[in-house]
Design a protein around this ligand. Structure first.
Ligand SMILES: *[C@@H]1O[C@H](CO)[C@@H](O)[C@H](O)[C@H]1NC(C)=O
Ligand SMILES: *[C@@H]1O[C@H](CO)[C@@H](O)[C@H](O)[C@H]1NC(C)=O
Ligand SMILES: *[C@@H]1O[C@H](CO)[C@@H](O)[C@H](O)[C@H]1NC(C)=O
Ligand SMILES: *[C@@H]1O[C@H](CO)[C@@H](O)[C@H](O)[C@H]1NC(C)=O
Ligand SMILES: *[C@@H]1O[C@H](CO)[C@@H](O)[C@H](O)[C@H]1NC(C)=O
Length: 405
């Protein structure tokens, strides 16, 4: 029985579409050319137990410049993420309009001859705007400081997360059809993008769309990380206790399980909820080692923008070691881009689910100061954990970090 499931999943791996070209470095004699289609990479899935090299193009070349990260590797990763994990993230719809009344922003979206609408509530601080704002999935579980508006987003309304049977339900699927490949997390990210579209065209809401943060806790933390990865207009991403499926790496969570810990893994998560596309099922049933990326690369999609990852050291289920190692690895991409301090990791143990320990306040304040309130002198250099982690980057990465020109 197990064997037949495994072989079925192996058969589901797409055939090799393009030969891999070997590890030819991009040099002047062998430049990365614009004609390379970085938005539609083709890979042969093969087992790799290490965290895949975020700088290695599917063509086999390694990037050497920041420009290549932006124009090529980032686009490849976005495409691979959709192809194998999140499902398709539709391009901007043909029409998005906003109307603001009371404290409600109503967003009306039309595409392919259909239209849907949803609303978010906005609470603005005193003083005169336009204000920066934090979009909170569900409710804000971090303290939002003075000077920053709160946009409360009922993400479940866009894509249900009520067990596997709720797949394909919600406003997103009313527009794109209940067979669409997008996961609920992808539907929520799409909702964030439409909120920003509407804010751009609705000055009456008094929000500055260039200073938007996104946050959420636990399952909604997984969602917040994806929203920041998928839309470059998000200035600050704050996933809180997102764990496995968010700031943890699938490979590292599996390793925690091998060490006898009770941790959420890919094979568990595909049976629990709608957070990932059915395209991801093969990695849960087969092996996460076949995934051509891991969540260090998901976090890297946020770079060079602000990213503060908040975790709970006591949370074995969400991958306390896995998130630490995964985000430590992601930080290498921020380093290569010359902005190591634009990403922070803060892990403090506590027993209050989705609570916010005051010992994490300084880094939260610093990130909001720098990325939403324009204080360039705020100190966002933080990579801290009160756990006694032993994570060997060389063992798990096995690639070096380039100094991108
Ligand atoms: C949304 O826009 C469409 C197309 O312009 C329109 O037909 C529909 O009535 C609008 N819906 C709402 C709720 O405003
Ligand atoms: C992870 O959490 C478990 C359960 O609270 C704990 O026993 C373990 O020490 C934690 N791991 C680290 C590295 O802190
Ligand atoms: C932190 O982890 C502990 C141990 O698993 C748990 O009791 C607590 O609810 C967690 N806190 C959060 C915010 O998840
Ligand atoms: C900006 O950040 C610095 C460093 O944290 C802090 O000392 C200063 O008070 C902040 N400025 C404002 C206007 O909040
Ligand atoms: C920023 O904070 C880190 C961590 O607390 C500290 O090591 C570093 O010295 C600080 N940098 C500045 C410029 O204050």
């Amino acid at each position: 029985m197990l064997l037949s499931v495994l072989s079925a999943s192996l058969l589901a791996i797409p055939a090799l579409a393009l030969p891999l070209e070997g590890l030819t470095p991009a040099t002047e004699a062998n430049p990365l050319t614009k004609r390379q289609d970085c938005s539609n990479p083709s890979v042969q899935l093969s087992a790799n137990s290490k965290l895949p090299d975020p700088f290695l193009l599917t063509s086999g070349q390694r990037i050497t410049s920041k420009e290549q990260w932006t124009s090529c590797r980032r686009r490849e990763l976005l495409s691979l993420l959709q192809q194998y994990e999140s499902g398709d993230f539709p391009p901007k719809p043909s029409s998005v309009t906003g109307s603001f009344s009371g404290n409600q922003l109503t967003i009306n979206v039309s595409d392919n001859g259909k239209s849907v609408s949803f609303s978010v509530s906005i609470s603005t601080p005193s003083g005169s705007g336009p204000f920066p704002a934090i979009i909170a999935y569900g409710y804000p579980s971090i303290p939002i400081p003075n000077g920053v508006a709160t946009i409360t987003f009922n993400n479940d309304n866009l894509g249900a997360q009520n067990g596997l049977n709720s797949r394909g339900q919600g406003v997103f699927f009313n527009l794109y059809g209940n067979q669409h490949s997008a996961s609920s997390i992808t539907a929520w990210s799409w909702g964030v993008s439409r909120i920003i579209d509407a804010l751009e065209s609705t000055p009456g809401a008094n929000i500055d769309p260039t200073r938007i943060g996104v946050t959420g806790c636990s399952r909604n933390g997984k969602g917040a990380l994806f929203a920041g990865a998928l839309d470059e207009r998000v200035a600050l991403t704050i996933p809180q206790e997102s764990g496995s499926g968010g700031a943890a790496c699938w490979r590292l969570s599996d390793e925690q399980q091998r060490r006898g810990q009770n941790v959420q893994t890919a094979s568990q998560i595909i049976t629990e909820n709608t957070w990932f596309s059915t395209r991801f099922d093969q990695f849960g049933r087969g092996s996460v080692n076949n995934l051509p990326f891991d969540h260090h690369s998901l976090a890297a999609l946020v770079a060079p923008r602000g990213l503060l990852v908040i975790e709970n050291t006591s949370q074995e289920w969400l991958g306390n070691w896995s998130t630490y190692g995964c985000m430590r690895t992601a930080q290498e991409v921020y380093k290569s881009l010359g902005v190591p301090d634009n990403m922070g990791y803060s892990q403090v143990g506590h027993s209050d689910h989705c609570g916010f320990p005051s010992s994490q306040q300084p880094e939260l304040t610093a990130f909001i100061q720098k990325f939403l309130l324009g204080n360039t002198s705020a100190n966002t250099s933080v990579m801290k954990s009160d756990g006694n982690h032993n994570f060997d980057l060389n063992e798990w990465a096995g690639w070096s970090t380039p100094n991108l020109s």
